[in-house]
Design a protein around this ligand. Structure first.
Ligand code: IMP
Length: 200
């Protein structure tokens, strides 16, 4: 059975990605299980640049097929912020509470009718030599609400409303997010490449 490394240490992302690939006859490990693989800097200014850097960095260091992704929230009324800076919007990497507080303070000045937003996820598959073999993108459209609702998901999820469900990703069960999310769509699109290269 071939091994696929997930090039992320984010436990929430890992818990969303693994069920989407669990039916495939491949061994999935995340990079935190490979202590010799160094952390990859996210210095790119696009989701594609960062996802590629993570996939290439990890696959070269681990000499293994690697799937990495970069994702974030885009709010057009805020000049597409937080965008690629989603994880560090308020300064410290992955400080969800501070990032949400910054989003809230900025969105307060935007009329309610202009609070549309979308999540983006770009996924990249690299072979054990660090060569990119496939790229995919998924988007999920919604609206930003000013009262956080629910405790599912992570990051901006309690503020991200799916209009069709009248609920935020914080309120919706993980199985619903797994059917609708930017990450689910990106993984779904790259699945055929994973099957092509890793499934006998
Ligand atoms: P990355 O680790 O650089 O890809 O940063 C991802 C950041 O984007 C996270 O820290 C969150 O702030 C945000 N983000 C990406 N995907 C999601 C999601 O599914 N829910 C909530 N926030 C997300």
């Amino acid at each position: 059975m071939l091994r696929l490394v997930l090039g992320t240490r984010n436990k929430k992302k890992i818990s969303e990605i693994i069920p989407l690939l669990a039916d495939l006859p491949i061994e999935i490990v995340d990079v935190s299980q490979l202590p010799h693989v160094p952390e990859v800097e996210e210095t790119g200014r696009t989701f594609l640049a960062n996802a590629s850097a993570k996939a290439q960095g990890v696959s070269k260091a681990a000499h293994t097929w690697t799937l990495a992704e970069d994702s974030g929230l885009v709010v057009p009324a805020l000049g597409n912020e937080p965008g690629v800076d989603s994880a560090i919007y308020a300064g410290k990497h992955g400080d969800d509470a501070a990032n949400n507080a910054k989003l809230l303070s900025k969105i307060a000045h935007v009329p309610e009718t202009e609070r549309g937003a979308y999540y983006v996820c770009v996924a990249v598959l690299c072979n054990p030599s660090g060569e990119i073999q496939a790229v995919s993108e998924g988007r999920c459209h919604g609206r930003i609400v000013t009262t956080p609702l629910g405790s599912h998901g992570f990051g901006y999820d309690p503020f991200f409303l799916i209009p069709e469900y009248h609920k935020t990703f914080g309120e919706l069960a993980p199985v619903v997010k797994a059917a609708l999310s930017h990450r689910a769509k990106a993984i779904h699109h790259i699945r055929s490449a994973i099957c092509k290269y890793l499934v006998p």
